[in-house]
Ligand binder design. Structure first.
Ligand code: PMP
Length: 428
């Protein structure tokens, strides 16, 4: 038996399900989760010493690849100066200036310690600002484990087949209206019916938690219009897409300006960080400027700011995003061609350096209903065939994949070679 197996057995003694975040448990694909020991560039190494080409990238932050030497050096230098002060540092100003420069819709930004805190605080702010209670979200979108947003959610909720969580009071869930992603008519109708009760729309501008589903033309534009017409706040949850789909996030890529933006993952360079921000007139309602309360013991932590700032600096290098997007395209085009040759129905989606694989003859996949109708058994078999050959994909059919700047031609070619064998197995 593998060391991962033994470690998983030991982990289950005192950790619920042996993991500290549910999707890690491999419930979506079966088998024991792989325990990792180290990582470098495009590769992760497990507890048995086996190396994998990694398309999870810690679920998004590692856009430069793992253990980037310049990030490690900056963090190591900073660690020697103390780990946390709970008082302001210059690093936070540098971070805020950088974020507002890269994401021009943001005039003010507040740091948090996770993406969940960022979305949670953004909807509280939208409610406080508008004096309204209702929130619109979209089926299959995941915005962290916020009570109001754990209704028909994606990611682990979808993987575990329980898209709405017990423990969320019905009185709160009633305030969350869930509509179909990419269905602007449903949004217009809802606003026509009860527009004056809606505080905000929160949306993943490219959905990445029901696999990867880009917005259809007109969807994000329509959201902007209805929010303007009805005085509701448009929140882009760019925790996943921020600094990935483009340097300025999906809002830059699609040229839509949200009122508030939630960030996470890349902004912390692998450390626990989130952020939310937006228009000055709205952000001024946050404490201590305004009455909407929000706080955090470790918010703006100096080590996390250092890792994030160095990451943002390095990915700001001209051509970085074009290069990673081109590698992503090479990967998805190659996978589609190989699946076709093997007689396997595969449709792929892609936005910048994120991608989705759908086992279906019925592509392109543009919504939750289509995503959940894909052949999950084929995905499971594909996942394990790739894992055996040293390619680590997200262990769920409902997660996006991520390519990093460290994924060169050699890694993409090796992945495609492994995939051709995996598709051949599936066809058998
Ligand atoms: N929003 C989106 C779009 C996410 O993908 C995630 C996490 N995958 C979150 C919010 C929550 O972030 P965190 O896990 O850091 O709380």
């Amino acid at each position: 038996m593998s060391r991962s197996h033994d470690l998983f057995t030991a982990a289950q003694r005192h950790i619920p399900g042996g993991v500290n975040s549910p999707v890690r448990a491999f419930r979506g694909v079966g088998g024991d989760p792989v325990f990792f020991e180290s990582a470098s560039g495009a590769y992760v190494t497990d507890a048995d010493g086996k190396r994998y080409i990694d398309y999870v990238g810690s679920w998004g932050p590692m856009i430069l690849g793992h253990a980037h030497p310049e990030i490690l050096a900056a963090v190591t230098e900073r660690v020697a100066m103390g780990l946390s002060f709970g008082a302001p540092t210059e690093l936070e100003t540098l971070m805020a200036d950088k974020v507002c420069e890269l994401v021009p819709s943001m005039d003010l930004v507040r740091m948090t310690s996770s993406g969940t805190e960022a979305t949670m605080s953004a909807i509280r702010l939208a409610r406080g600002y508008t004096g309204r209670d209702k929130v619109i979200k979209f089926e299959g979108c995941y915005h962290g484990h916020v009570d109001s947003l754990l209704v028909k959610a994606g990611s682990g909720m979808l993987t575990l087949g329980e898209p709405s969580s017990p423990g969320v009071p019905a009185a709160l869930a009633e305030l969350t209206i869930t509509l179909s992603y990419n269905a602007i008519d449903q949004v217009r109708q809802t606003f026509a019916d009860i527009g004056n009760q809606i505080a905000c729309i929160i949306v993943e501008p490219v959905a990445g938690n029901m696999n990867c589903i880009p917005p259809v033309p007109g969807f994000l534009e329509g959201l902007r219009e209805v929010c303007d017409e009805h005085g509701a706040v448009l929140i882009f949850d760019e925790v996943m897409t921020g600094f990935r789909v483009a340097l300025g996030g999906a809002q830059e890529h699609f040229s839509i300006t949200p009122d508030l933006t939630a960030l996470g993952k890349i902004i912390g360079g692998g450390m626990p960080v989130g952020a939310f921000g937006g228009k000055r007139a709205i952000m001024e309602h946050i404490s201590p400027l305004g009455p909407v309360y929000q706080a955090g013991t470790l918010s703006g932590n100096p080590i996390a700011m250092t890792a994030g700032l160095k990451t943002l600096e390095l990915i700001g290098e001209p051509g970085f995003h074009d290069r990673v997007a081109a590698q992503t395209e090479r990967l998805t085009n190659g996978l589609e061609a190989q699946a076709r040759a093997a007689g396997i129905g595969l449709s792929t989606n892609r936005a910048g350096a994120m991608f989705g694989l759908f086992f279906t003859d019925d592509g392109p996949v543009t919504n939750y209903a289509q995503a959940t109708a894909c052949d999950q058994e084929q995905f499971r078999r594909f996942f394990h065939a790739m894992l055996d050959q040293g390619v680590y994909l997200a262990p769920s059919a409902f997660e996006a994949g991520f390519v990093s700047g460290a994924h060169g031609d050699a890694e993409i070619d090796a992945t495609l070679e492994a995939a051709s064998k995996a598709f051949a197995d599936l066809a058998r």
